[in-house]
Design a protein around this ligand. Structure first.
Ligand code: NOJ
Length: 545
């Protein structure tokens, strides 16, 4: 049965390893996560996205998978996984999981077999070359850390291709046996009740480097989609595909390929808009991609678990952002393109701006994707290597290890943030739960309100003209119902004149706002906004006039 639940979902992303430790060994696990399901359900989100939890040597935070059919034993067992999904389901929460099939860890038994025996059926699971290809230094994903995309393997006596780190060998997607294995993996987890996958590194999965294929690589996305939908009609694929806008239609097809794509361009331009205090970048980014099919959906996020990639912006734009939010290039930037900070410190701890940023994200046409810790405005630890700066354990309380684990602090999988305003004694769930004005309580209210506005997820959207360059105003319309969201990106309060000629402005209802504003009067379309203020409004009688 086809089910478009993802059109009005709110997704919460987490990594089991750092969310909650249930058995006191210092490592987050399914037992701990299951205990925290009421917390997650209480936020009002509707779907959990689990980052990789498979057995792994853990050289890329689990994105180096060693076995697709199991659970990293530090995190629990398959039984614990099933118990978790059962309890999630009881609370009305769907679960999607990371599907990392562009590459495997070189510790995976397929790679081990492939390197040892040229005649093994697994040899062709990977991409080999007798000589180092001339372009081996091109297309490196982690510049500064990764040196090449082809590495010599002593045992195989050949070079193997890897888009990412050298311990992640790329699978040969043109090999039908690999495609079959991928289907088996998908089928396995679908049987265990997941509602779909976050497809890791989608553009690289379908690239044909190292193969002699001349087929259209995007056709494979259709095959994946068919398999998924035949097995489970309500399952989705949410792809990580930070691609140029002209490639977007290749990913959605006419509704017969992938269901969702993260809107990287909107994300990067949201940050630029915040830095400049200008609406134009956000508007331009939303308008840039071609229309997507009705069953397709954008996933909107503020920060993910990687660097805040600004690769689609110009160097001058990146410099503007650096000046406003991340001046220390040495410490705060990575891979020549992104910022390794969480959102709250990026905005210098200014909670008005933080609410503004998440308010924009929650109202953008699409489905919001929140990441653990964002709901309390967690900070980062720049002393940790690479992207681990934004991957510190969840801060539950002011108890030892932030309430994340009862283990000795030196046994905890990654240090909790201890010092300063983002330290767990000053910033944690328990504290914010008690404070009605906290960011956590704001986030819960905002999520609840967002769920009441399916227009944002389902509707057609358009910009509302305000004649004020600092104000991003848009409306979404679905089945004759209209909601509007106004965001003042500037620190200065303003009053804007909205062109509401085709809506019944007598019935505007305030849904969510940063403070009590005067009601917008009959025929008067002046709308006040505080500095960094926002207002969500519904056209009350739901009729366009
Ligand atoms: C994208 C993931 O988001 C990132 O964390 C990972 O390093 C690469 N894919 C490789 O799997």
């Amino acid at each position: 049965m086809l089910d478009l639940w993802y059109k009005n979902a709110i997704i919460y992303c987490l990594d089991v390893e750092i969310f909650m430790d249930g058995n006191g060994d210092g490592i987050g696990d399914f037992e701990g996560l299951t205990q925290r399901l009421d917390y997650i359900a209480g936020l009002g989100v509707t779907c959990i996205w689990l980052q990789p939890f498979y057995p792994s040597p853990n050289h890329d935070d689990g994105y180096d998978v060693m076995d697709y059919y199991s659970v990293d034993e530090r995190l629990g067992s398959l039984g614990d996984f099933v118990e978790f999904t059962r309890q999630a389901k009881e609370r009305g929460l769907r679960v999607i999981i990371d599907l990392v099939v562009n590459h495997t860890s070189i510790k995976h038994r397929w790679f081990q077999a492939a390197r040892e025996d040229k005649n093994s059926k697994y040899r062709d699971f990977y991409l080999w070359s007798k000589k180092k290809p001339a372009n081996a230094e091109e297309g490196i994903v982690f510049p500064g850390v990764q040196e090449s995309t082809w590495t010599y393997d002593e045992k195989a006596e050949e070079y193997y291709y890897h888009r990412f780190y050298e311990h992640q060998a790329d699978l040969n997607i043109t090999n039908p046996a690999v495609q079959e294995e991928i289907e088996k993996v998908m089928g396995f987890w679908l049987e265990l009740g997941v509602s779909g996958f976050r497809l890791d590194a989608a553009p690289f999965l379908i690239e044909l480097t190292g193969t002699d294929s001349s087929e259209d690589p995007y056709e494979y996305l259709k095959e994946m989609r068919n398999f998924l939908s035949w097995r489970r009609g309500d399952a989705i694929i949410l792809a990580e595909a930070n691609v140029a806008v002209d490639k977007v239609p290749q990913y959605f097809g006419d509704g017969n390929k992938l269901h969702m794509l993260f809107h990287f361009l909107a994300n990067q331009n949201l940050i630029l808009g915040l830095a400049r205090e200008q609406a134009q970048p956000i508007i331009a980014a939303l308008k840039a991609p071609p229309d997507i099919p009705q069953t397709g959906q954008w996933g909107h996020f503020v920060r993910n678990h990687d660097e805040l990639s600004l690769d689609k912006l110009s160097q001058a734009e990146r410099d503007e952002i650096a000046k406003a939010f991340a001046p220390d290039k040495e410490k705060m930037w990575i891979y020549n393109r992104g910022i390794r900070r969480r959102m709250s410190p990026l905005l210098n701890g200014d909670e008005r701006r933080l609410r503004l940023a998440y308010s924009v994200m929650l109202t953008l046409p699409g489905t919001p994707v929140l990441r653990y810790g964002e709901e309390i405005g967690m900070g980062d630890d720049l002393s940790l290597p690479e992207r681990n700066s934004v991957r510190t354990p969840m801060q539950w309380s002011d108890e030892k290890n932030a309430g994340f684990s009862t283990a000795d602090p030196d046994k905890v999988v990654r240090p909790v943030i201890k010092e300063g305003e983002y330290g767990y004694r000053n910033l944690n769930v328990e504290m914010q739960r008690r404070n009605p004005e906290s960011f956590l309580n704001w986030m819960e209210r905002a999520i609840r309100t967002r769920k009441n506005c399916p227009e944002f997820g389902w509707g057609n959207w358009q910009v509302i003209e305000t004649h004020n360059e600092h104000v991003f105003a848009h409306r979404c319309e679905w089945k004759g119902s209209v909601v509007m969201a106004l965001h003042n990106l500037s620190s200065k309060a303003c009053t804007v004149e909205l062109d509401l000629s085709d809506v019944d402005a007598q019935h505007l209802i305030d849904l969510l706002e940063d403070q009590d504003y005067q009601k917008i009067e009959d025929n008067c379309h002046s709308v006040e906004l505080e500095g960094y203020g926002y207002r969500w409004l519904r056209v009350g009688d739901s009729k366009l006039i």
